[in-house]
Design a protein around this ligand. Sequence first.
Ligand code: GLN
Length: 309
Amino acid sequence: MKYNQSNLQARMNELLIEQSQHYLQGAVADYIPALAKVLPSSMGVCISTLDGNVVGAGNYQQRFSIQSISKIFGLVMAMNRVGDSLWKRVNMEPSGQPFNSIIQLEWEKGIPRNPVINAGALLVSDVLASHYSSSKLAFLNFVRSLAGDENIHVNMDVYQSELAHGNRNAALAYLMKCFDNIDADIPEVLSHYFTQCSVEMTCQQLTQSLLFLANKGISPSDNRVILSRKDAHRVNAILSTSGMYDQSGEFAFSVGLPAKSGVGGGIVAIVPNYGVICAWSPPLNNFGNSVVGMQLISKLAEELGLSIF
Ligand code: GLN
C-alpha cells in the first residue's frame, strides 16, 4: 500500500473536497420524514485498522441514523443465539429486488431471500424479540460493547417516524406471519426493528464496532470472540452478495468488498485482515445507497488496493 497514516489523512481530506458537490446528485430519504431533517451536505469518512490505527476526515465523528447497517448487528446476535436453525427460516441468496420489496416474499412462501433485505431483517428481529426478554436493550448493549461507548442511543424522533410510516414493513411482517415464519406479535417485531434502525452512531464508532468481521470473528482490541470464524465468513459472504441491495453486483464488480448501506446515508465496508471503512453522506441514489459514500469507498479501496478479488 502506498499510503502511510499521514498521507492517507491528507488523501481523505482531498477526497472529501473532490466529492463536495456530488451529494447534489442524490436525494435524502424522506419516506421516513424524520430522516429528511439531516443536512444533505454532511460528509465523513473513517478507516480503522486491526492494528489500532484510526484515520478520519470530515464529519466522521458526527452521529447519524445507522438504519440498515443495524441489520449486521441483529444478524450476528441471531446467529449466536439460535445457530444454524436460522437458515431454515431465511435464505442466503441475493434478491435482485429493492430492499423493501414484497413480491418475492409471497412467491417464496414467507422465506426471505437473505437477512439484509427488510423482510430478512424483520425475521431476524422476530428471532431476537422471541429469544430475549428485552431484545431492544440487548441490541443496544451489544452495540455499545462493540463500540466501547455507553452513550450510543436510539433517536426517538426517527423511531416514531418509522413507526408512523412503517406500513410496508408491517405488510412484510404480517405476510411472513401468514406463512408461520414469525413467532412474536407483529407490533413487538416492528418495535424491535425500528429501534435498531433508529440507533445513531458515528463513522468512527461503526468502523470500531465491525472490526471483528475483518478479523475472523475476533475483536482485535481485546481478543473477544464475537462470532465463530465460520459465521464471520458467512456474514461477509452475505454482505458481498446482498449488502448493497440491488446494486450489490455492481459494487462487487467495481469495489470488491463486503459492504452494507443504510438509508441514513452510511456505508460500511469490511476489508478482511486489514480493517473497516465507513463513509457517510445522506443523499441516496435510486437503490437507496449513498451516492458520495459509494464514491468515497470505491476510491479508497482502489487507491489502497483493498479489493478481495
Ligand atoms: N428503516 C428503514 C426501512 O425499514 C431501513 C431501510 C434501509 O436502510 N435500507 O425502510
